[in-house]
Design a binder for this molecule. Sequence first.
Ligand code: ADP
Length: 610
Amino acid sequence: MECQGVSSSFGSAPDRYERVFRHSADALFLADAAGMLLEINPAAARLLGIDSGVTARSLPGMIAEPAQRADLMRRLQTDGLVREGRVGLEARGTVIDALITAAAIHGASGAIEAFIGSIRDVTLETQTCSFLADMARFPAEDPNPVMRVSEAGVLIYANTASAPLLDAWSIQVGQALPWEPLEQVRRSIAAGRTCEFELMINDRAWMMICARVPGRRYVNLYGLDVTARRDAENEVARQSAELARANEQLTAVNERLNQQAKRLELIVRGIGDGVIVTDLEHRVTMMNHVARELLEVSGRTGTGGMLMGLLGDCTPPPLRFREMLEACRPDQAEEILLVLREPCPRTLRVVASAWVDPTGRVAGRVLILRDVTREREIDRLKTDFVGSVSHELRTPLTSIKGFTKALREDGAMDESLRNQFLDIIDQETLRLEALIEDLLEISRLESGRLRLERRPVDIAGLIESSCAMLSPMIEASALDLKLDIDGPLPLPIGDHNALQRMLVNILGNAIKFTPAGGAISVSASAGDQLTITVADTGIGIPQTDLPHIFERFYRVHRPGMEIAGTGLGLAIVHEIVQRHGGAVNIESELGHGTKVTVDLPVERELISGE
Ligand code: ADP
């Protein structure tokens, strides 16, 4: 650049311009006609973020927007001058807002040879301006109501969006707020902090925020239309309530189902019968503890295993039993008698039926098991009893009938034979009477109809009289009878006749079941109680029969050695001893003998013979 004819003490013009160019705080540049930078000063280097020595950069090429670039170049080419052209300039790795002022330098031909100009970074300025513009627009353009209310409750300012509220309240700027918002505003002022409250205005919900402005005598009131939110919240609340209700119903149904399941489980568990449920393959899916006991299955084993594997040696055999189960229909229960032999013999009555799944298809079997070993034993005993009672009754009756007929038909029978016949008839009648008496006695004792006396009983005397009563039988079998009475004995309180019956029954058995030539010893002694023992050297009782020996009608089966009896004698003994508050015990060894021990409570102060 040349400035002819100007010189001063500050040096030549070029020199001065050079210094101005170098030290100017403004970013200055010199570019060729195409805009390629020829020279930039340090301020421009800082602004553009390039080395001041590095040129060969296109200034238009740094303009981010092609339209701005084209516009700037067009104006420079045609007008030769641009004043504060606003462009977005790529510099320092960002786009800065810049004002470019440039003027063309024409050559001698008049054509543009270069441009000189300045660049000003106005990014901050632009941002500040837009911020200020925004601030200026706020709150006037705020889409939500913004109001200012004086401490006295007078509306000082309201933006456009406040119109619906002002309409509803029928007020304008300069007038006091109506009662409801006013109360809230006063409360907020009194509280000295920001408060929120909600207003319903024409079916719309407004959330109002009342903010104190520190040091000012007014508050700002902001409104937010929360109708949609409230509606959504109400809907959520409604749905939640419905959900809670549904949940409650579900919980109740669950609870009911749980209770039903528990009740069912308790029933199945508490049921006295064994219950087994199997699937189609006869795999056990459920088994209660009674069933476990009946099949002698221990602990948790059983469930999950095959039913037939739990039976062992049985009748019907497992395969046949399986066939019988498979023949079961859902509508019809089958009764099967299952005799198990291992580990101890027992008879089970199995009531089996098929169960169906919800689609109606057979899905397995349900088995109800009951141990009928005892019932069947009792049935057998009753049959035996009826047989033996009939036999016992028939024998004397036949004999009475025979001798009566002989007496009637033979009118010339001599006196001694006639008396002999009459004696036999008498004895048989007595036998009949005793048998019938036994039957009546057990029935009276067991029904509780027999009232026992309560008097001191002389047991020593009772033993002696009982032995005397049975002495013909003892003598007939040539038995050796020993009496060992460790007296004087205390006197038990009881019924003389009943106790005599008890002794006669025990002694009678000892005599009946002891072969000729054997020995019987009867002893009585007193400790805490009075103990009577009757021991014999007879045929004894098998160990397996001992637990049942006091049951009525129970008789030991002795194949090939039937000894008359009804199986009532020991039952009567047991009942009498129990009614006296005592205990009876029987020990025996098969082939060696039997010992019956009776313990009776005594009154210590009553001693026989005193
Ligand atoms: P029964 O009328 O058959 O004798 P009991 O009730 O008196 O009836 O006895 C029951 C069974 O006990 C008898 O059938 C018998 O086999 C056995 N019994 C009782 N006492 C003796 C005994 N002293 N010795 C051997 N067996 C006995």
